[in-house]
Design a binder for this molecule. Structure first.
Ligand code: IPE
Ligand code: IPE
Ligand code: MG
Length: 247
């Protein structure tokens, strides 16, 4: 039985997040420049987005560029930004055909104007789409997001719009870029690295983590199905005992 057939369609995670890693190593293995890996990563994105939407996943978040990635060589950063602009503009049509909404999270003010503008156009065009929301984490880091949330809350308290006693988990969640979206239940990281790299630290408090050695450009729908099947075989206890959650 293929992994797709093993998926329980009644127990799908509503939100899957992916740390797409390994583009550089994939290119290096082939004796090519790192940028070649990023270019080929686009195919994996296309395949994964299509597969997730087809299954009925409501939210897919892809970590495409971290705030720390700005420290990479200038040439690589520019190439990634150009690739992003070209891909977003090219793929908007497919997003429309597949009824997928595009959303971006992160410190978007840091993006080059062409990239920012292209994103705004695509988000505006796709905002009525309802089958799945594709969240692109761009110039994103969880520490940036949490620092920003602290500033927003402090300002509300200072302006007497919020009492300190009323600060709770919901208030904090509402100050994050993921406001209004469910937390990811499944977090996938490719390329055999076992770390989170500043991604969605608040939101993954209870996510199931899935690591694969596949390098991102080689990731395909079947890898997504494998991860979902693995997820569905886990017992999610949320601090309780096995007996409590299995009744
Ligand atoms: C992931 O692949 C893409 C981005 C972080 C933009 P990498 O570029 O990190 O590839 P490796 O990890 O160096 O192989
Ligand atoms: C994490 O990958 C960021 C993205 C996938 C966009 P990195 O390759 O930047 O992470 P580290 O540096 O290995 O932790
Ligand atoms: Mg990497």
């Amino acid at each position: 039985m293929s992994s797709k057939e093993q998926i329980n369609m009644n127990a799908l995670p509503s939100h899957i997040a992916i740390i797409m890693d390994g583009n550089g190593r994939w290119a290096k293995e082939k004796g090519r420049l790192r940028v070649f890996g990023h270019q080929n990563g686009v195919k994996a994105v296309r395949d994964t987005v299509e597969a997730a939407a087809e299954l009925g996943i409501q939210h897919l978040t892809l970590y495409a560029f971290s705030t720390e990635n700005w420290n990479r060589p200038k040439f690589e950063v520019s190439a990634l930004m150009e690739l992003l602009v070209a891909t977003i503009s090219k793929e908007t049509k497919t997003l429309m055909e597949n009824n997928i909404r595009l959303n971006a999270i992160g410190d978007l003010s840091q993006l080059p104007k062409s990239c920012y503008d292209e994103l705004q156009v695509a988000m505006e065009k796709t905002k009525g789409n309802s089958r799945m929301t594709l969240h692109l984490a761009l110039s994103y880091s969880a520490r940036w997001e949490l620092t920003n949330a602290a500033k927003l809350i402090a300002t509300k308290v200072k302006d007497n719009l919020l009492a300190i006693e009323d600060i709770n988990e919901n208030v904090i969640a509402d100050c994050l870029t993921t406001k209004g979206f469910p937390d990811p239940e499944l977090l996938i990281r490719t390329s055999g690295e076992y770390r989170i790299s500043n991604f969605l630290l608040w939101q993954i408090a209870y996510a199931e983590l899935y690591f694969t050695d596949k390098l991102w450009p080689d990731f395909r729908s079947t890898d997504l199905y494998d991860a979902i099947v693995d997820f569905q075989n886990r017992e999610r206890r949320f601090g309780m005992t096995s007996e409590q959650v299995s009744v």
